[in-house]
Structures are given as structure tokens and as C-alpha cells.
Design a protein around this ligand. Structure first.
Ligand SMILES: Cc1cc2nc3c(=O)[nH]c(=O)nc-3n(C[C@H](O)[C@H](O)[C@H](O)COP(=O)(O)OP(=O)(O)OC[C@H]3O[C@@H](n4cnc5c(N)ncnc54)[C@H](O)[C@@H]3O)c2cc1C
Length: 229
């Protein structure tokens, strides 16, 4: 990513619990073939048309894609490390009947390719350690997401757990930097992670910020009914 500068006298941080990135599969060959047969998202269904697809995971994404691709891919194999699914019960029932090959207690041990694209996956039964090699054209990994504040953590803000400390004016420890929404950890306040709370906090933050930039400006912006049209 190209770093770009944006000049501002104030910043309002509304990063929620952070940016989500997929949990990566930890096995030899996976990093090498990421984007070359190994995917964490489906951006183009066409890529899986009439292909042998291994789906890894047991949540809604894994199960929904297994159902979605069942009559689209040449073959769908779903490998899940347990026999309990996080996915919606109805979807799991459908999955069990759909004809996809379901490998319970199976995990990926290794991914093998020809240097250009993934060709095989070694999966193993985590109870017996017995290994099976399967031919694949693609592997779709859906093993959850991780939220992280990323570079915001290094801005020098006072962070407590998953929150940036703020006062009733949505100010942080850095003058001119404000926080609102789920990320805001207001001292002596009830934590209410709701859309309405975020909106109200953002309104407070921008009006306090306006006063920070121009100390002669009123914090209360007035009502539209007071406007001289
Ligand atoms: C399952 C679920 C159901 C909910 N249902 C309701 C409901 O019915 N009613 C209700 O009022 N509230 C509900 N909520 C709560 C509500 O969604 C949150 O309170 C609200 O979305 C918080 O808004 P936000 O702007 O603070 O954060 P978010 O909506 O999380 O937005 C934060 C954004 O910042 C981005 N971001 C984070 N880090 C970075 C970074 N480093 N760089 C760039 N971008 C970044 C994220 O990608 C995201 O787009 C629900 C929450 C969940 C999880």
C-alpha cells in the first residue's frame, strides 16, 4: 500500500473492533500457493466452475460455500477439524445430504503444487493421524476472521484492551484526536455498543473538534429550526 499524507487539524477514529482479516491456514505450501489455488475469499465463482474444490472450515462461510458450489464445482470436499459445526443447524443438515464429501476430524497437513498452481492437498485425521492425499484444483479456507486495530495501535493513543480511552467530549490523550463508536472507551460511562451510541458520540466528537479548530465556535451547532433561511 502506498502511504499518503492527508493534512488535518483533527482526526476522529471510528475503527470499531478493528479491521478484519481471515485466519490463515498454517501448513507447508499454503503461503506459496495463496492466490494460486488457495483462497480465503470467493471473488469470482467462475474460478471454481467444474473444479475439484477443497473447503476448509466448519462455520457458516465454509458450509454455505460448500452448498453453493456443490452443483457448480466438479467435486466439493469439506474438511473440518471437529464433528461439531458452528454453522447454522439447517445449513449443516442440508450439507450432510447434499452429496459433498465431508471429512470430519480432518485438517490440512500440506499443500502441494507444480510451482504455478495447487495440485494436491494432504489432509489428516487428527484422531488417528492417518493421512490422505487428494487431488484438488482449489482450496477455499474459511476458518474465521481476526480483528485488529493495525497501525492505529502505534499512534500513541491510550488503548485499554479493545478500546481507546476517552472522556465525555470524545477526546483522547492526543489533542485533536477523537474517538467514537465501539472503539470508544468512555471513562465512567456505560459501554453500549449500539449504532445509536456511535452516532451520538460521533456528533459530539465533530462538534468538540470544530471548537478545537476554532475556539470561538460554539460546541452546540444549533437546531435546523433556528436557521435563517
Ligand atoms: C452481529 C452483530 C449484530 C449487531 N446488531 C445491532 C443492532 O441490531 N442494533 C444496533 O444498534 N447495533 C448492533 N450491533 C452493534 C453495531 O454494529 C456497532 O455498535 C456499530 O457497528 C459500531 O460502529 P463503529 O463505526 O464504531 O464500528 P464498525 O461498524 O465496526 O466500523 C469500523 C470500521 O472501521 C474499519 N477499520 C478498522 N480498523 C481499521 C484500520 N486500521 N484501517 C482502516 N479501517 C479500519 C473496519 O473495517 C470497519 O469498516 C451489532 C453488532 C454485531 C457484531
Amino acid at each position: 500500500d502506498k502511504a499518503r499524507s492527508h493534512y488535518s487539524k483533527t482526526v476522529l477514529v471510528t475503527a470499531g473492533v478493528g479491521a478484519f482479516s481471515p485466519n490463515k491456514l498454517d501448513a507447508p505450501g499454503v503461503t506459496e500457493y495463496e492466490g494460486k489455488g488457495i483462497f480465503y475469499f470467493v471473488k469470482d465463482k467462475q474460478l471454481f466452475k467444474d473444479k475439484r474444490l477443497l473447503i476448509v472450515g466448519g462455520g457458516d462461510s465454509a458450509v454455505d460455500w460448500a452448498l453453493n458450489f456443490n452443483n457448480w464445482a466438479a467435486k466439493v470436499t469439506l474438511a473440518h477439524r471437529r464433528d461439531v459445526f458452528r454453522a447454522h443447524e439447517g445449513s449443516v443438515e442440508e450439507l450432510m445430504k447434499c452429496g459433498a464429501e465431508i471429512k470430519l476430524f480432518y485438517e490440512v497437513k500440506q499443500v502441494i503444487g507444480d510451482g504455478k498452481w495447487v495440485k494436491k492437498a494432504v489432509i489428516y485425521d487428527n484422531r488417528t493421524k492417518e493421512e490422505t492425499m487428494i487431488d484438488v484444483d482449489s482450496i477455499l479456507v474459511n476458518i474465521g476472521f481476526r480483528a485488529d486495530l493495525g497501525p492505529i495501535r502505534n499512534w500513541g493513543l491510550e488503548i485499554r484492551g479493545r478500546e481507546i480511552k476517552t472522556n465525555g467530549r470524545m477526546e483522547t490523550n492526543i489533542p485533536g484526536v477523537y474517538v467514537a463508536g465501539d472503539l470508544a472507551g468512555q471513562v465512567d460511562s456505560v459501554k453500549l455498543n449500539l449504532i445509536a451510541t456511535g452516532y451520538a458520540q460521533a456528533a459530539m466528537a465533530v462538534n468538540v473538534a470544530k471548537n478545537f479548530i476554532d475556539p470561538t465556535a460554539k460546541i452546540f451547532p444549533g437546531h435546523s429550526s433556528e436557521m435563517k433561511m
